[in-house]
Design a protein around this ligand. Structure first.
Ligand code: NDP
Length: 315
């Protein structure tokens, strides 16, 4: 029996990005009175991007924070209860599941994990200063604004190659800055990048500083060769940081099956995790597509999976 001093919910959703809020809309419309804990980045990754032009239904585009506000209003309209805070303690070993944030303690019959992933950043102050004004972590989201420009991508993995190839079809020139002289990316992605005439590699190098001003945003990039210590300025208007994403799964480390990169493993074609009654959707279980629309799609799946699971397991 649920502890009566804690709020109990049939469906509890963690995360307020497109996946979590879509799950909330569907669960609320199924009369499951869901609650949603909106975490440390309310609205998720879309709130750190500018214009969203690839979400169907918005032919003129829409600002990232604005579309997330609309998602939330829609979830509220059907009666989702919102909490704010980070789920610090999660106990999935007994039923009902128990969660604790710094301000609330709740229990639930089903849990939908939509905590997303966060882009890994280099960690420079100037990188933060020019975020959305030259610095981005998503070429599919922001690359269009750099058509005909010269830009750089940082990283040597598959994401960096994917970003570079995507940008190479839009931009005049793409520099790939990598800290070693060997890529981590798969062979096929490496070959594609090497063969593209608009992509140039800057090896053994790191970004020292993003330079620019308030009017124009980023105007150049200071790059240091870590073998020779030589510093060179590149007149570029865009920097795409592609040094990996970190799925937000710390609270579930020993409770749900995660893959080698920390993403939640789901049963293929569903949102079922390794624990019965726990479902995962959005970027926390997807390291391949990572789009708002795919996150929303899996959010819908999670709500339907949770509803059916409840129908089968409760009287
Ligand atoms: P990875 O961890 O594979 O690569 C990260 C890259 O960033 C590495 O080259 C790393 O350098 C570099 N890096 C890390 N930290 C820093 C830093 N602080 N400063 C500078 N450079 C840094 O991440 P990805 O996002 O590329 O890929 C994650 C996983 O997703 C991989 O398994 C990948 O294969 C997969 N993936 C698959 C895709 C597909 O199949 N289509 C597409 C995208 C990703 P170093 O090499 O020196 O460690």
């Amino acid at each position: 029996m649920p502890n009566q001093s804690k709020q109990h919910h049939k469906v509890l959703i963690l995360g307020s990005g497109p996946a979590g809020l879509t799950a909330a809309i569907y669960a609320a419309r199924s009369n499951l009175q869901p609650a949603l804990i909106s975490g440390p980045e309310p609205g998720g990754q879309l709130t750190i991007t500018t214009e969203v032009e690839n979400f169907p239904g918005f032919p003129e585009g829409i600002q990232g924070p604005e579309i997330m506000k609309l998602f939330r209003i829609q979830a509220e309209r059907f009666g989702t209860q919102f909490y704010t805070g980070e789920a610090l303690i999660v106990n999935l070993s007994s039923r009902p599941f128990q969660l604790k944030t710094d301000s609330v303690e709740v229990t639930c019959d089903t849990l939908i994990v939509a905590t997303g992933a966060s882009a890994r950043w280099i960690g420079l102050d100037s990188e933060t200063r020019f975020q959305n004004r030259g610095v981005s972590a998503c070429a599919t989201c922001d690359g269009f604004f750099f058509r005909g420009h010269e830009v750089a991508v940082v990283g040597g993995g598959d994401t960096a190659m994917e970003e570079a190839l995507y940008l190479a079809n839009l931009c005049k020139k793409v520099y790939v800055i990598h800290r070693r002289d060997e890529l981590r990316a798969s062979q096929i992605m490496q070959e594609r990048a090497f063969q593209h005439e608009s992509i140039t590699f800057i090896w053994n190098s790191v970004v020292e500083e993003v330079l620019g001003n308030d009017q124009q945003g980023m105007t150049s990039l200071k790059v240091k060769n870590i073998q020779t210590n030589e510093i060179k300025d590149y007149p570029l208007t865009g920097l795409f940081v592609a040094i990996g994403h970190v799925p937000n799964t710390k609270a579930f480390a020993d409770q749900l099956t995660l893959d080698e990169n920390g993403y939640i493993v789901v049963k293929p074609g569903t949102t079922y995790t390794s624990v019965e009654g726990v479902f995962a959707c959005g970027d926390v279980q997807d390291r391949v597509y990572r789009q708002a629309i795919t996150a929303a799609g899996t959010g819908c799946m999670a709500a339907i999976d949770a509803e059916r699971w409840l129908a089968e397991h409760t009287s």
